[in-house]
Design a protein around this ligand. Structure first.
Ligand code: DC
Length: 211
C-alpha cells in the first residue's frame, strides 16, 4: 500500500503520515526533511546565500544519513531556506529517485510506504493507492507551530511564525516546478477542524472503506 500525504506548511500532514504508517505498519518518509537537509548544507557553505544556492543541487546529491537526522532540521531558519532550495528544479531532480525508490522498496521489508510532502500525489507517486491533501486556516497552523516551537524552547513570536508560513506557502504554491497543489484524486482534509486523533480516524475511514 502506497499513501501520499501532501499539504501546506504546518498543516499536520507529517503527523497524519506518521500515524497512518504506524497503524498500517508501513515505512514513513518525511520528504520535507530531504529539502531541510539540503538547506542546512547550503546554510553551512562559506558563501553569501545567493551564491550558496547555486551549489544546492550538488549538495542534494551528497546527502548522508547524518544530514537527515541533524538536530537543526526543524529550526525556522532551516524552514525558510528549505522552501528556497525546493524551488530549484535541479534540487528536486536530485531527490526524485530516492523518494521513488523508498516507495518501491520500503526499508525493513515493510509492505508499503507513506510519504508526506508537497508533490507526492502529483509528481513523485502519481499512482499512489490513496492520496490526502491537508490544509487548515493559516492562523490555526501558525498558532499550532508557535506553540510547538515555544514548547521546544525556541524563541519565536506568533507574528513571525505567521509571516514565515505565509511566505513559504506562497513560494511552494507558485514555483514553476512541482508547485504545491492537491492531486485531482486527493481526499482533502481540513486539519484545523480536528484534534489529531479525529484527523487520523477520519483519514482511516477512507482507507478501510474507500467509497
Ligand atoms: O514539510 P516541510 O515544512 O518540512 O517542508 C520544508 C520545505 O520543503 C517546504 O517549504 C517545501 C519543500 N518541500 C517540497 O518542495 N516538496 C516536498 N515533497 C516536501 C517539501
Amino acid at each position: 500500500m502506497i499513501i501520499a500525504v501532501d499539504g501546506t506548511a504546518a498543516s499536520g500532514k507529517g503527523t497524519l503520515a506518521k500515524r497512518l504508517a504506524d497503524h498500517f505498519h508501513l515505512a514513513h518518509l518525511d520528504t520535507g526533511g530531504l529539502y531541510r537537509a539540503v538547506a542546512l548544507r547550503v546554510l553551512r557553505l562559506p558563501f553569501p546565500a545567493d551564491e550558496a544556492l547555486t551549489h544546492a543541487a550538488s549538495e542534494a546529491s551528497q546527502l548522508t544519513h547524518d544530514d537527515l537526522n541533524h538536530a537543526d532540521l526543524r529550526l525556522e531558519t532551516t524552514s525558510a531556506m528549505a522552501s528556497r532550495v525546493a524551488s530549484i528544479p535541479a534540487v528536486r531532480q536530485a531527490l526524485l529517485a530516492y523518494q521513488q525508490d523508498f516507495a518501491a522498496n520500503p526499508p525493513n521489508h515493510a509492505s508499503g510506504a507513506v510519504l508526506d510532502g508537497r508533490d507526492i500525489g502529483t509528481i513523485i507517486l502519481p499512482n499512489a493507492d490513496i492520496k490526502f491533501y491537508c490544509d487548515a486556516e493559516i492562523e490555526i497552523r501558525a498558532q499550532r507551530r508557535h506553540k510547538e516551537l515555544i514548547s521546544r524552547g525556541e524563541t519565536a513570536t506568533y507574528a513571525d511564525i505567521l509571516a514565515g508560513i505565509a511566505a513559504r506557502d506562497n513560494r511552494d504554491m507558485n514555483r514553476p516546478v512541482a508547485p504545491l497543489k492537491p492531486a485531482e484524486d486527493a481526499i482533502r482534509i481540513n486539519t484545523g477542524k480536528y484534534a489529531i486523533d479525529q484527523m487520523v480516524e477520519q483519514a482511516m475511514t477512507y482507507i478501510v472503506s474507500p467509497e
